[in-house]
Design a protein around this ligand. Structure first.
Ligand SMILES: NC(=O)C1=CN([C@@H]2O[C@H](COP(=O)(O)OP(=O)(O)OC[C@H]3O[C@@H](n4cnc5c(N)ncnc54)[C@H](OP(=O)(O)O)[C@@H]3O)[C@@H](O)[C@H]2O)C=CC1
Ligand SMILES: O=C(O)C1=N[C@H](C(=O)O)C[C@H](O)C1
Length: 250
């Protein structure tokens, strides 16, 4: 069986450098390019890359994906910064290249994907829900893509269940004291030396609380999800949002 020809963009970054090692070590993949900022994207065409793993920055990802989709190169994307406008722009590009697949995964670690799933299930059963994400201080953005996605899933689950809006403070002495409001769910971002990527979903009801916590302790936690994404995206045309779509979570 021929190996999948895979390139990594953002290859010198924290997660990109780990992805280079993981792709290189995978028996069914050949690492054909490892590109950093300023390296020409034409290399992707010259090396016959079939799948790009995109792990750059929110300011670079759209241009990189535009190139990939126009050249029929599938993409597995971990880079954050997704908005409805950006997703619509990507869908427009994909419409002109209907055989190309793009997976955007807010988080590639199985624990984080399960945290989102568990939070979605639990959210309608509690009066209050808040999300706290904690990351290393060099993280490019806040709140994390995972926290934003978690809050969106929680809000959608509560809306489907007809949950009442959460009680909240009527007076805040300082802006930001209640975190960011994502679809009615407060999201708090901590940046702390020594951390990598962590999240707590706090749920509270009458006389009880439930805390769902996930910790990524090393960038290796994201690698099985990236490799799964690479294997599946080549046979999944169009846009897939969330690694859970490639997992059987019941
Ligand atoms: N979905 C997931 O599971 C995960 C997602 N992430 C996300 O991945 C992204 C990267 O995170 P992280 O590795 O910590 O960040 P880093 O800053 O360590 O790495 C980003 C790398 O991308 C490079 N880069 C920027 N623009 C381009 C470009 N146009 N072409 C090629 N390379 C480029 C940067 O180069 P330079 O330094 O020169 O700018 C840098 O080396 C973030 O959005 C982060 O949130 C991170 C971990 C897990
Ligand atoms: O920048 C990071 O480190 C991470 N980014 C992703 C996010 O914003 O959710 C995934 C994970 O939290 C690590």
């Amino acid at each position: 069986m021929s190996k999948l020809r895979v390139a990594v963009l953002g290859a010198k970054g924290r997660i990109g450098s780990e992805a280079v090692r993981a792709v290189d070590a995978a028996d069914d993949m050949e690492l054909v390019a490892a590109l950093g900022r300023g390296d020409g994207l034409e290399t992707l065409v010259e090396t016959g890359a079939q799948v790009v793993v995109e792990l750059t920055t929110p300011d670079s990802v759209m241009g990189n994906l535009d190139f990939c989709v126009r050249h029929g190169i599938h993409a597995v994307v971990g880079t954050t910064g997704w908005t409805d406008e950006r997703l619509a722009q990507l869908n427009t590009s994909l419409a002109a290249s209907p055989e190309t697949g793009v997976l955007i995964a807010p988080n590639f670690s199985i624990g984080a994907v399960l945290t989102m799933k568990f939070a979605e299930v639990a959210a309608p059963y509690f009066e209050s829900v808040e999300v706290v994400e904690l990351h290393h201080p060099n993280k490019v953005d806040a709140p994390s893509g995972t926290a934003t996605r978690t809050a969106q899933l929680i809000a959608a689950a509560r809306e489907r269940a007809g949950s009442a809006p959460q009680p909240d403070a009527t007076v805040t002495a300082l802006d930001g004291a209640r975190g960011a409001n994502v679809d009615g769910v407060p999201v708090h971002a901590v940046r702390l030396r020594g951390l990598l990527a962590h999240q707590e979903v706090l749920l509270g009801g009458e006389g009880e609380t439930l805390t769902i916590r996930h910790d990524s302790l090393h960038h290796s936690s994201f690698m099985p999800g990236i490799l799964l994404g690479v294997r599946r995206v080549v046979t999944t045309p169009g846009l897939t949002f969330g690694l859970e779509n490639f997992l059987d979570l019941g």
